[in-house]
Write a protein that binds this ligand. Structure first.
Ligand code: SAH
Ligand code: SF4
Ligand code: F3S
Length: 487
């Protein structure tokens, strides 16, 4: 590993022009929010977030911008002066849920006409959906793209000043490399943090909308990432997840030789008591160097999320995934050889166009062979603009649902058996910041499994040791071990 890289970009700060525009807009909004406060009224903001961790990370930046503009956080949209909706487009269900919640904002805005509503995220980054928002949701004030968070203050300032509603998607915005190292972040959790290492995706899997709404791959500079992780650990953060649509191609666009394996190694050299996770890894780029860096790391949690999507080579090829089921299983074998206690999880799509009963049977076979701890399973959802949506051999809904049920049934038995094997072990668990729904104390093991901690009151946001006493398909139960500390 090199000590010093010379990335082809000097920094990923906003350009001076965008910085000046953002600052002016923040000042303009601030004048309005300050006035409201001076009149005894607290201007509130609320953010609704859908989709993946990348969106949650973006929402933390939107919260940072809202606070910079002088708004205070509210847990509900009622009575808010600013409501931002961060949408997902990965499946139809995600879009319809967002649209239905945006629909409900109509009454909230009638009750509080000062409310400004902005819609961002992956759904709003498609011009057709931005047009729908413009024409069918007249109380929405503006939309913005995934890469244009910095523009939000300008859009708010413009509406406050009586400017027109704006709904535009520019393709150039989707590939910008000045992705706002300098936008403040208000984190939802103290003990756990998302750290984006790269944005966008170049893979164009034939079913997936993400490359169209998040643009091309752009990596953050290694030193910026190290500085952020170091700061988080010093502030007491215990669980850090590095994010990217395909973290294994981290650094390719920087042209300086840095790889994701290097990044893991360098982060592992930082001081402090924390654990490191990352997602998502694409099997076509999962290298032996990455597995080695992970196995050697002092802090990398032994959990690997490796999306399979399908166990049929014919379907994988039509999905444009660029690996075979054999290559996939070889990575699984290598992970288990180097880290025998590793938990492996995956994503699987059922009902991809042309998927035959034999193809589906191959998915079940690979699933059994890989012995996953858990899967995230999805019914194929055609996304307008992607090649798979145009395929003529779409699978009927009832066949998709029936396969989906069989897939879940097969995996549930595997998950339960694997969880039961953990009974009797003493594991390190990071206690959640807040108790669970029924007041239960919960946490996450290194394998990222949900653990209900029975008896005792471990400190929220800290590691403890738990003896596992019971397991079911989706969770573990355990008691605080005699030696409670994890160090
Ligand atoms: N970049 C990650 C995941 C992105 S989306 C990766 O490559 O693995 C998360 C998951 O949603 C995907 O892994 C896939 O299983 C699922 N997904 C994506 N597009 C889908 C679609 N059109 N229909 C159903 N599931 C989809
Ligand atoms: Fe979508 Fe494939 Fe990119 Fe993942 S790697 S975001 S599934 S195109
Ligand atoms: Fe959804 Fe966009 Fe993430 S489509 S899954 S929020 S990258």
């Amino acid at each position: 590993m090199q000590d010093c890289y010379q990335p082809k970009r000097e920094n990923n700060l906003l350009s001076p022009d965008k910085t000046a525009r953002m600052k002016d807009a923040v000042d303009a909004v601030r004048a309005v929010t300050d006035k409201k406060r001076a009149n005894g009224d607290t201007p509130l903001y609320h953010i609704m977030s859908f989709g993946c961790q990348q969106n949650e990370a973006d929402s933390e930046r939107l919260a940072g911008l809202a606070e910079l503009m002088g708004y205070s956080h509210s847990p509900t949209p009622d009575g808010c002066s600013l409501v931002l909706v961060n949408t997902c487009a990965v499946r139809e269900h995600a879009e319809s849920r967002a649209l239905s919640l945006i629909g409900q904002l109509k009454h909230k805005k009638s009750a509080y006409p000062d409310m400004i509503i902005g819609v961002g995220g992956c759904m709003a980054s498609q011009q057709s959906r931005a047009d729908t928002l413009k024409h069918s949701y007249p109380y929405v004030d503006f939309s913005f793209c995934t890469t244009e968070l910095w523009r939000v203050p300008e859009l708010v300032a413009s509406r406050l000043g009586g400017g027109a509603r704006t709904f535009s998607v520019t393709s150039e915005a989707l590939s910008a490399t000045d992705f706002s190292e300098d936008i403040p972040v208000v984190r939802a959790s103290r003990s756990h943090a998302w750290v984006s290492v790269m944005y966008g995706c170049n893979n164009f899997c034939s079913y997936c909308i993400v490359p169209y709404v998040r643009g091309r791959e752009r990596s953050r500079l290694p030193d910026d990432i190290l500085r952020e992780v170091d700061g988080l650990v010093k502030d007491g953060c215990r669980d850090i997840t590095l994010l990217g649509q395909n973290v294994n191609s981290y650094g390719h666009d920087l042209d300086c030789g840095v790889t994701f394996a290097d990044l893991i190694t360098r982060i592992s050299q930082l001081d402090g008591d924390f654990r490191l996770r990352f997602m998502t890894s694409h099997p076509k780029d999962a290298t032996p160097e990455l597995i080695e860096a992970m196995a050697k790391s002092r802090v990398a949690a032994h959990h690997f999320h490796l999306p399979l999507q399908s166990g049929s080579d014919r379907v994988l090829s039509r999905m444009n995934r660029r690996y075979t089921s054999e290559k996939y299983l070889n990575i699984v074998r290598e992970l288990r050889r180097t880290m025998p206690d590793i938990a492996i999880t995956t994503d699987i799509i059922v009902g991809f166009p042309g998927e035959s009963e034999d193809d589906f049977a191959e998915t079940l076979n690979v699933m059994r062979e890989a012995d996953f701890d858990m899967i995230y399973s999805f019914i194929f959802s055609p996304r307008r603009g992607t090649p798979a949506a145009e395929a003529v051999d779409q699978i009927p809904e009832d066949v998709k649902s029936e396969r989906f049920s069989r897939l879940i049934e097969c995996q549930n038995a595997i998950s339960r058996a694997k969880n039961e094997l953990e009974v009797g072990e003493v594991q390190r668990v990071l206690v959640d910041d807040e108790p669970g729904k029924d007041g239960d104390v919960t946490g996450r093991s290194d394998k990222n499994k949900l653990v209900h901690i029975v008896g005792g009151t471990p400190a929220p946001g800290e590691f403890c040791r738990v003896k596992i006493t019971r397991a079911d398909t989706f969770a573990l139960w355990g008691e605080l071990a005699e030696d409670r500390t994890a160090r």
